[in-house]
Structures are given as structure tokens and as C-alpha cells.
Design a protein around this ligand. Structure first.
Ligand SMILES: Cc1cc2nc3c(=O)[nH]c(=O)nc-3n(C[C@H](O)[C@H](O)[C@H](O)COP(=O)(O)O)c2cc1C
Length: 199
């Protein structure tokens, strides 16, 4: 298997870590991978909180019901209205920050680290807990926490490829399709009724 593609298949959620800390150099390499990701209109609607203080990691673990793993480091990926380069992020920040997150997970795998994505947004109670523990300012929303460390468990590489979920070309027409017109091209007036004018 090609080494580069292998990283995608080897990326697994790692929830057990050794006590070894993650170096600042490695954390910066992960952040660089995250920020190299694509974003709508290149708005880069993201900020990151890097957490290595034991007291804060313990607070997160105690409060968040799905983040019970003991990791020496975490990165909180924030959607950022206050630093986004343009309004692209207003619509697409979740996708932009998810792309950054996946880049971080893949980079961690390539670097021999382990990591797991803990979903925060859109669960309001999780958002409130993280905002309070990390003292987040207005204008940012925590999308997730990525727990990071040196792996203390091994998982098999796999693709999860499933041919039944792949549709080559359009879906076949059944004659029962009501909502979608044969020609779905919108005229300008129709377009202005949609969300696009926000950009
Ligand atoms: C949006 C999102 C939220 C997730 N939240 C959690 C979580 O709260 N706790 C956890 O242990 N894993 C969480 N995961 C990891 C998934 O459980 C994991 O990706 C899935 O089971 C597939 O396993 P794999 O990552 O090893 O391929 C989350 C993953 C995503 C993409």
C-alpha cells in the first residue's frame, strides 16, 4: 500500500495513552497541519487552544461525559467569527474546522502519536462546559477537543470501504421524485432568495 494513503487507514481513535508528554514542537507541527486545511473562501474561521496543564485536562475529563480518557495534551478547535478572514466562515465554519481537525488527526498518525476527536458543538451543554473551563471569549465556538498523546493501544488499519454506499453518476430516476425538477438551474431572482447573499 502506498505510504501516504496508508496514513488514512492507520488513523484510528486512540483513547489510551502513555504518560509521556507531547513536545511543543510536535504540537506546533499538528497545528500547522490543521491550519493548512481548506476553508470556504479561505476564511480560516478557526482558533485553537492547546492544553497541557494537568489541572485543566483533569477538569475537562471530570466534566465532559465522553472525554474520560487520560491524555497528556489536548487541542480544542474553535470556530472563530472574530478572526475569520471573511464571511465565508459564517456559513461554513463547521466544515472548515472539521477539515482542520481531520488534518490534525492524520498528522498525529503520521508522527506516531495517537489522538481522538471528542465532539463538542452542537451540544449546548458541552459547549457551555468547555467555554467555562477554557475561559473562552465571545466570538468563538468550541467544535471539538482532540485528545493527544503517545499511544498505549494499537488498532488495525482499515478503509471501511463499502461499495453499497457509492453511487456512480446520479441516482436512477424512479418517476416518484416530486421535489427535484429535471432542470434545477436557478435564475438570478431565485438565487437571491437563498443564503448566498450573506457572503
Ligand atoms: C464528530 C465526532 C465526534 C466524536 N466524538 C467522540 C467522543 O465524544 N468520544 C469518543 O471517544 N470518540 C468520539 N469520536 C470518535 C468516533 O467514535 C470514532 O471516530 C468512530 O468510532 C470510528 O473509529 P475510528 O476513529 O477508530 O476510525 C467522535 C468522532 C467524530 C467525527
Amino acid at each position: 500500500m502506498n505510504d501516504f494513503l496508508d496514513v488514512f487507514y492507520r488513523r484510528r481513535s486512540i483513547r489510551k495513552f502513555t504518560e509521556e508528554s507531547v513536545s511543543r514542537e510536535d504540537l506546533i507541527a499538528l497545528l500547522k497541519a490543521g491550519m493548512s486545511g481548506p476553508s470556504a473562501m479561505n476564511a480560516k474561521p478557526w482558533e485553537f487552544v492547546v492544553i497541557t496543564e494537568k489541572a485543566i485536562l483533569t477538569k475537562l475529563r471530570k466534566n465532559l461525559m465522553f472525554a474520560k480518557m487520560v491524555a497528556p495534551a489536548a487541542i480544542c478547535v474553535l470556530g472563530s467569527k472574530r478572526l475569520q478572514a471573511n464571511k465565508g466562515g459564517d456559513l461554513f465554519w463547521v466544515q472548515d474546522c472539521s477539515a482542520a481537525t481531520e488534518n490534525i488527526l492524520l498528522a498525529a498518525t503520521a508522527m506516531g502519536l495517537g489522538a481522538v476527536w471528542i465532539g463538542i458543538h452542537p451540544v449546548h451543554i458541552f459547549e457551555r462546559q468547555v467555554k467555562s473551563i477554557l475561559n473562552l471569549p465571545n466570538g468563538v465556538t468550541p467544535l471539538n477537543l482532540i485528545m493527544i498523546g503517545h499511544p498505549a493501544e494499537e488498532k488495525d488499519a482499515r478503509t471501511q470501504y463499502d461499495a453499497t454506499r457509492v453511487h456512480w453518476g446520479a441516482f436512477p430516476r424512479t418517476g416518484k421524485d416530486e421535489t427535484i425538477e429535471e432542470d434545477a438551474v436557478l435564475d438570478d431572482e431565485e438565487k437571491s432568495e437563498h443564503d448566498l447573499h450573506d457572503l
